[in-house]
Write a protein that binds this ligand. Structure first.
Ligand code: TRP
Ligand code: ZN
Length: 879
């Protein structure tokens, strides 16, 4: 684990390996403290590799118990084994030879949750990115594809269930109460897709008949007694399988597809071939324990992992620099799936909010990197919002530029041309060049350049000439180690909205390529001239968020209010109102810092009421529009010299102002949306609950009665958790939340996923006391420093969703944070490093907090023996 040699991996250093491993035969003799792994590797020298090439296999903390070459025990002088590698300086000269490697593991002691470990008494694995080398010595790199046969042996009582990738081949009894199963996966795959699960679990079974008529057995494995909570995931899985057939012509390819839910997991889920392993948070749901957000998350993650079967598994990555090739593309596919299953408009707004909340600060801070990075020290730290979410936006732009039909043609060619390959971003772009004859080299900069591009747009209208001019200027800000940027191809969707709210047909255009409602910005400056424009239109720009950029545009409040009422593009309509709110909050927070009371216009509060009451709009859209920009959103807009207390106060003041101005309207709407007693997780029902709970939040700014009532009467977790959040966040100081929190705890004491919500709600209670509150939560008997979900719900929530507490001016929040990061790091470097990114925006804080945050980072940096994961984040954050 402590193997940080400060080594940097560079994209340009990629070389194919000298050896391949066409076949891998694994035997596991499972036991918690000494599992024996016997790996029989068929090793093949590559055609063009020199005969004297040494064979060097990767390891990570391994203990070699035995080594044979072509069946003969290897002499001590024939190899060098360390925990981190196994070298054979002079391998046999034959083209193919057999290596038999025996290692011994202690899964029960594996707290890093990479490689083979135990969760709740079950065995499971996590091998992406470099966890397979914690199981056996191997060429642990994604361009080495192998056909796996896996034999698992275990105690039948302890582990009646034995699963691995591919199709089941054989099973039977052994002596001493043990048994075995053999699995064979016919599809060559990289080691990061290997998986094994063994234990005692309940199952939900189903079937799926593919488009070509093959029957696939589906299984979702969960803790005994939780089977009914897997029904929604199973439904989402079948819908995902159908969708990929209908949308991309992609069928499933094995006889079985299994999903296992585990409660100790570093990330969301993992797409191991035929055996997906999930954080149980993304499998288990029912009306009593899951919110609408949880249901939507399950649908998205089930789809994401399933879609990886083609984008990631059948076509994998040449090296880890190409991570976005599978992740960005697969996120794009799961986004589109959810958009088709739910409301496209609402989904798009939610996506953009997430992108801005996570990717924008990453791209604008010390950890900025291109969608396809060129160097890394620790690959685990590159499973980022930039690779995933911005990576998805880049694929979306390809579709926007090409149109849906040519995009599909390109995807068809990608699947046809690269099935079975370990591919690159260049391969991906090439298929779209080939189906269109276009040159995408300027567009490719989206993969290569970090930073959020900005477009400055100035509009002028000439009434006499009936002409509208747009001056557009692009700039890409400098990012770490990339000070000079090249000009990008930015597809800017737009509309000109007339007085009647209809789009004006912009007859003649010159100055830039404008096609199908998109301005293709490619140069530093463009002047676009629209002629025959009879009245000054309102400008609707970056419709549907066609490009992941920031926009600087002089627009009057009236023009934005007009767009908020009339824009035919739902995203832009939401955006127009949201930017009015953000402006008001920025002005308000400056007023507060200047010692003044913030003031908000009745136009703004009135518009909030008009949107809330507009029956032409979906309830879910109205709820999103009424959600004030978050504290972190305002901080990002302000850019520097951030005082989180002032932002918080401004936000509270605006909530109260909107609530006061619309009191009777909100009261009426709240009652109107309160009907209906049967719960359904569908998007329309969820949207009604979202609107109602947004209204409840406003109505509760001064009076907790309604929230207390809803908490007591709720028949579903969405309403219960929303009411509890309001009570805890708005009324905790007055002692009006204690009873509800105690009641919730008593009810869900033995349900870890629900208890996570209880921890989360409290870790987010704003104000200076939250440092002590979080320390107390960490002393709660149910707190566990080794469970990632629990850690994220307490310390993760505190550092990302509690701006006033975490950024307490005396630095108390940062100290608690640093202590905890170090404690977690001893067990699980990956989780601690992810957590540590919570300080990445320290430079935008006001000077007093900035100094304290830096001290906390320096304390982390000064710690001897930091893991590669944490050291990488801390050093880049400070650089
Ligand atoms: N490939 C996984 C996904 O679908 C990501 C993942 C799961 C992961 N577990 C991991 C990455 C552990 C690194 C380490 O997105
Ligand atoms: Zn993924």
């Amino acid at each position: 684990m402590r193997t940080d040699t400060g080594q940097v991996f560079r994209l340009e250093d990629y070389r194919p390996s000298s050896f391949l491993i066409p076949e891998t035969d694994l035997t596991f003799r499972l036991s918690p403290d000494s599992t024996v792994v016997i790996a029989k590797l068929t090793v093949e020298r590559r055609e063009d590799a020199p005969l004297d090439a040494p064979l060097v296999l990767d390891g990570d903390g391994l203990a070699l118990k035995g080594l044979a070459i072509d069946g003969m025990p290897a002499s001590a002088s024939a190899f060098v084994a360390t925990p981190d590698s196994l070298s054979i300086p002079k391998p046999p000269h034959a083209r193919r030879f057999l290596l038999t490697i025996e290692t011994e593991l202690a899964p029960a002691k594996n707290e890093a949750l990479m490689g083979l470990y135990r969760s709740n008494g079950n065995y499971c694995t996590q091998c992406e990115a470099e966890g397979f080398r914690r199981i056996t010595y191997f060429l642990d790199r994604p361009d080495v594809l192998s056909v796996y046969t896996v034999r698992i042996e275990a105690d039948r009582k302890e582990a009646p269930l034995l699963l691995s990738n591919g199709n089941p081949a054989e099973a039977g009894d052994l002596a001493d109460g043990r048994h075995y199963a053999v699995w064979r996966d016919p599809f060559p795959k990289p080691s990061y897709l290997f998986a094994l699960v063994a234990g005692d679990l309940g199952v939900v079974e189903d079937e799926f008949v593919t488009a070509s008529g093959r029957t696939v057995k589906l299984g979702i494995y969960v803790e005994h007694g939780k089977e009914s909570r897997a029904a929604y995931a199973m439904d989402a899985l079948k819908r995902s399988m159908r969708w990929d057939e209908e949308t991309y012509g992609r069928e499933y390819d094995l006889d079985v597809f299994n999903v296992v839910a585990v409660s100790d997991f570093n990330m969301g889920a993992m797409e191991n071939k035929g055996l997906n392993i999930f954080n149980d948070k993304y499998v288990l749901a029912d009306v009593d324990t899951a919110t609408d957000t949880d249901f939507a998350g399950i649908e998205a993650v089930i789809a994401h992992e399933y879609f990886h079967n083609w984008t990631g598994n059948r076509i994998t990555c040449r090296d880890w620099f190409q991570l976005c090739l599978k992740e960005g593309l697969t996120v794009f596919r799961d986004h589109e799936f959810s958009a088709d299953q739910r409301s496209r408009a609402v989904k798009r707004i939610a996506e953009v909010r997430t992108l801005r909340a996570h990717q924008f600060p990453e791209d604008q801070g010390p950890l900025a990197h291109p969608v396809r990075p060129r160097r890394y020290r620790e690959i685990n730290n590159f499973y980022t919002s930039t690779v995933y979410e911005k990576g998805s936006e880049v694929v979306r732009m390809i579709r926007t530029i090409l149109g849906a039909e040519l995009f599909r043609k390109g995807m068809d060619l990608y699947f046809e041309r690269h099935d079975g390959d370990a591919a690159t971003v260049e391969d991906f772009l090439k298929v779209f060049e080939d189906v269109t004859g276009r040159d995408l080299s300027q567009f490719a900069l989206w993969y290569h350049q970090a930073g959020t591009p900005n477009l400055t747009v100035t509009a002028s209208y000439n009434k006499e000439a009936s002409e509208l001019f747009l001056e557009i200027e692009q700039s890409v800000p400098p990012t770490p180690s990339e000070s000079r940027k090249r000009l990008m191809h930015i597809p800017l969707a737009f509309g000109l909205v007339g007085k009647d709210g209809q789009d004006i047909d912009h007859g003649h255009v010159d100055g830039a390529a404008v096609e199908n409602g998109i301005i293709h910005v490619r140069k530093r400056r463009h002047t676009v001239r629209f002629s025959d424009i009879k009245e000054r239109p309102a400008l609707s720009l970056n419709r549907g968020f066609s490009a992941p950029i920031t926009l600087s545009i002089e627009q009057t409040q009236d023009e934005r209010a007009f767009l908020a009422r009339h824009d035919s593009d739902p995203f832009s309509r939401w955006q127009a109102f949201n930017s009015l709110l953000a402006d008001a909050l920025m002005v308000g927070s400056r007023q507060i810092r200047g010692g003044k009371e913030p003031e908000f216009s009745s136009d703004l509060t009135g518009l909030a009421g008009a949107i809330a009451a507009n029956e032409a709009l979906e309830p879910a859209f109205r709820a999103l529009a009424l959600a004030l920009p978050g504290e972190a959103d305002i901080a990002r807009e302000l850019g520097n010299n951030i005082d989180p207390d002032a932002i918080f106060a401004a936000r509270e003041a605006l909530s109260r102002a909107i609530a006061k101005a619309n009191a009777s309207l909100f009261e009426r709407l709240f009652a109107e949306f309160s009907g209906g007693n049967t719960f359904s997780p569908d998007a329309a029902s969820a949207g009604r609950r979202a609107l109602r709970n947004a209204l409840l939040d406003f109505l509760s700014t001064s009076d907790p009665t309604r929230a207390a009532k809803q908490f007591a009467a709720a028949n579903n977790m969405t309403d219960r958790a929303a009411a509890l959040t309001i009570l805890a966040h708005r009324h905790a100081a007055k002692g009006q939340a204690e009873e509800a929190l105690a009641c919730f705890e008593a009810r869900y004491r033995s349900d870890p996923l629900v208890l996570d919500k209880w921890f989360q709600i409290q870790a987010a209670i704003p104000g200076p006391q939250s440092v002590e509150r979080v320390r107390a939560l960490m002393r709660h008997p149910a707190f566990s420093i080794s469970n990632p979900n629990r850690v994220r719900s307490v310390i993760g929530t505190f550092s990302t969703a509690n701006q006033t507490g975490f950024h307490r001016p005396d630095g108390g929040g940062y100290m608690l944070f640093a202590d905890t990061v170090l404690e977690i790091e001893k067990r699980n470097p990956q989780v601690s490093a992810r957590l540590a990114t919570g300080l990445r925006s320290w430079r935008s804080l006001e000077p007093v907090r900035q100094k304290k945050a830096r001290e906390a980072l320096l304390r982390l940096a000064a710690e001897p023996n930091l893991s590669a994961d944490l050291r990488d984040i801390v050093e880049r954050t400070l650089a």
